[in-house]
Structure formats: C-alpha cells, structure tokens
Write a new protein. Sequence first.
Length: 304
Amino acid sequence: MDGLMSAQIKLTPVRSFYSRKQNSIIIPFLASRVTSRVLIGRVEVMRSSRSFNSIAASVQPMGASEMGHFDNTLPSKEVLDVWRNADAVCFDVDSTVCLDEGIDELAEFCGAGEAVAEWTARLVDSARAMNGSVPFEQALAARLSLFNPSLSQVREFLEKRPPSLSPGIDALVKKLKEKNKSVYLVSGGFRQMINPVASILGIPLVNIFANQLLFGSSGEFLGFDTNEPTSRSGGKAIAVQHIRKTKGYKSLVMIGDGATDLEARQPGGADLFICYGGVQLRERVAANANWLVYNFKDLINSLD
C-alpha cells in the first residue's frame, strides 16, 4: 500500500538528487484503486495456498506510446553513479515489491472490499471538492473500521493468500545484497503482511519499517500502533531519515510508486528516488522521479 496518495501534486521536474525547495503535496489520501491508472495491461496471478514462494505473474508489456511522454526513463550518468554507489536501498511494498495493495486485499478477503472502495471514492471526491487534505492516520483508521479484521482472519488471509511478488524483485534484491548494499522495506502497510515478503526475499525483519495491527487477548481487532512513524502523514520520509542517521549511510536510494515514496527524497533522507511503474503509474510522481523504470531488470543490469 502506498498509503498516502495525492490527487494533486505541485512539483517541477527534478533533475538533481533533490530539490532544496520543499515539494508541495496536496490532498493526500488512500485511493490506489480509484485514481491510479494500471499500465501493465493485464496481470495474471497464480496463488498457492500452501507455499510462500514467489508467485508466478504474467505481465503484458506497455506500448511505446504509454511510456514515451516521460523524459526520465534513461538515467543520467549522475543518477547512475548514485544508484551504483548507494549504501542502502529502501523499497515501498504495495504496488512495488508486491503486485497488490495489502489493505485492499485484506478488506476483500474479509468481505468488505466493495465498502472500502466506495468509501475511498467518496473521500477522493470530498478532498478534491475542498482542495484540502486527509491525514494518513485518519484515512487508515477509517478504512480499517469498515471491516475490523480479527487476528484469526489475518492468519487465515496469510495462509490462503501468500505474497504476490512483482516480477524480478527477488533477483534485484539478491543482486543488491551481492553488491553489499543494505535493503529495507518501508511501507504504510502492516508488518503481519510484510514479514512473509521479507522472509521470501531474505531481508532481515529488523529492516522492516511498517505499521502494526493490534489485537486483544481474544484476537479481537483493537486498531494499529500509532507510535510507528509510518502510521502518520510524512512517515516514510521520517523512517528513511531515521535509517540513514542511525546506520550512518553516506548514500541511500528510495524505490516506490507513490507520493509518500517521492517525499522520502529530501536532505537527510534519500538522495535518489526511482519510480517503479511496473504495476501502477501515478503520472505526477513518475514525472518527478530521478529515474522511471517499468522493469526491475533495468536496475539489475545497471549494477554490472
């Protein structure tokens, strides 16, 4: 889950590592299914109820006309140097590492997919009409309240719906580790659903920065941990800054598909933002990335 998305983003194309002028991001909300345009055409996912191996996916490539209006699909030498020499790489999870949006999948599994989609659509219309913003934590709490997932439901979901990994992500993470780069997962989604992803990819659980669902002694849903930085607006940027400061990394790269991932590119945070458009393309985010890729193979090949 990108978590926060933007209906309107005021940004100018960025050609350096980050802009000294703060980017202005307006109307953040949870609206992946409503406002995002899927460009991969068709994704066929084969799920296995008993295996946490990579899920096989068949992706139809985009036509040249769908890709041609961006001028950042070929990286500059400067961007390549930062990418190749980065000490650490942080990945968004929903619609980047994974093909789907975790909270949407969980809501659908719990029988509330339609209700969550309708609520999100109303939020989008309201936010646009008021030209205002909805705090991430408020929107997240509202969506969860529509289905209040119990611990047993979450466990059943994880058993029956293993992670659907984006094509090539396992090879990319393996390559990064071969190059001695630390890999992190930074997400507005939930640890319970991200832990299996990290296990498949060989990423230490301590390298996950995400939200935590809370349950009572009988497994009843209580809410989510608001102490996690990713539970609030601007949380991914805070998490990335924390990673860099505590680990002392000289250079760090953020890879994702949403406005909150773009926000992580700022002084003290990510030096470089790579937009992954292989699942969903948010045009204003893509236009302001240092590098736009549709296939993780491009990133793998560039490391050689």
